[in-house]
Design a protein around this ligand. Sequence first.
Ligand code: SAT
Ligand code: MN
Length: 582
Amino acid sequence: MSTTNQALADWVKQVAELTQPDSIYWCDGSEAEKQKFNKMLLADGTFKKLNQDTHPDCYLHLSDPQDVARVEHLTFICTENEADAGPNNHWMAPEAAHEKMDGLFAGCMRGRTMYVIPYCMGPIDSPIARCGVEITDSAYVVQNMRLMTRMGDAALARIEREGGFVKGLHSIGELDPDRRFIMHFPEELSIQSFGSGYGGNALLGKKCHALRIASYQAKTEGWLAEHMLILGIKTPAGTQHYVAAAFPSACGKTNLAMLIPPEGYVKDGWEISTVGDDICWMRPGEDGRLWAINPEAGFFGVAPGTSKGTNPNALAMLYKDTIFTNVAETEDGQPWWEGLDDRTPKTDWKGRPFDAANGPAAHPNSRFTVSAKRCPSYSPEMESATGVPIDAIIFGGRRASLVPLVAEARNWNHGVLMGATVASETTAAATGAVGVVRRDPMAMKPFCGYHFGDYWGHWVDMQTKADHLPKVFTVNWFRKNDQGKFMWPGFGENMRVLEWIIGRCTDQLQARETAIGYLPEVKDINTDNLDMDLAVLEQLLTVDVDAWKTEVNSVEAFLKEYGDRVPSALFEELLAVDNHLG
Ligand code: SAT
Ligand code: MN
């Protein structure tokens, strides 16, 4: 097979000359192809069949134990001008990076097949969607891309129609951590990744394309590529709303994306649907609102902690057509991970007989890859070419104190400030000190393909591009009391906060203006059937002036780390907060 797109044909030829594969295979995205690849992966031991009675078409892949996560220290943004990458990125000069990568790729596919994967990020007929082509020597990557993107003939047809595409070149190399690099060339719209087979390093459509490269494209073209879930909320009156939400890792993003409302809400007719769990591309529409698509087609989620109790929707989708990576296995060949249930697994993620002395049975970053269509809360709007209109943008962090349960920004720029200063406190699970505040602006710290100062400037600029931008909110599900206990129940009960947010977006609720934004009146948070002391809720909605004064200083110091490129609007908003505090 080949293509009528000359640039693509030339590039494939050039890569083949460099990498020297035994053969070249163009992926068509068909069902027959999927079966063929599964057979091949089973035959060479990359996949192991899980219990096909309980988990039909589910497979287990155990990766190299040294290749289990993203590698930020080996991830580079290669812009001509070092300053354009910003202090938020590692930088390498494009010429030096190309030289290094050419050296690694030279001859690396000898004895292997080179797979060419045309893919589309977003519904195939959506003007907001963008295409790419990933060349890889990993059939495991092909099977994951099949679930995570729209890949094959349809994507190739679009590329041939439109011309442009993002070039992604990937080889697992020898999976040697010392010969591993993930390089991004935003100005060339290309990605080169060597030495890892892990999700974010190897499924180049995901973080590499849909965030790092797309954020750069979005700035140039006037839209937003964000690390956000997209959630549909239907009210009992039948009106449909959509919110986009950004959270740093370990803040319950997947759970929120698949939230199951409390029983009373379901009875009253509230409905939650999932449009996306990780990435959101938003563009101003003719009506001045932001219209969003989820560029992905599947979920690449963390398995540990997923259970009937924490996320029944996520669990329900994992019984068919799922690739599991680095989970444990029960005696009868079912996938298992910590937090799933109280069974004892037979083998761990390294394939050894399970022994608690060896640590967790499933790797803490073990994953499932599954089509979004398998999710019980899947929204058919995920296929909508126009996308969905966003009513609210929500920024969340993990803060044991200070940040209230929910607050609404006074205006867009204040909202940008809220996003830019999102923070999480380190938990005992991470190495190092507990309770240290780490800022993760818009949850994009590892994913913004250019200078954060320019990125915030672009956010501020969106006001000139769209007249009806969403309202912006911060939430914090993680406040703790003096005994170290969580004060808010979280999970499905977060619906109560979403209800308030929708009430604000539809001008149905008043709010109190405070120094840090609009906060709910206690009476406006629905506590029906919730076992919660109103005094606790009041505490969750109180502004501690002294603590916020300290926070303002910390935020100022943080923004200044990004130098001259930080838009003055953020300092003006911070000053307004400071003045309000008195
Ligand atoms: O680690 S990945 O980038 O593959 C997934 C994630 O962090 O959301
Ligand atoms: Mn993510």
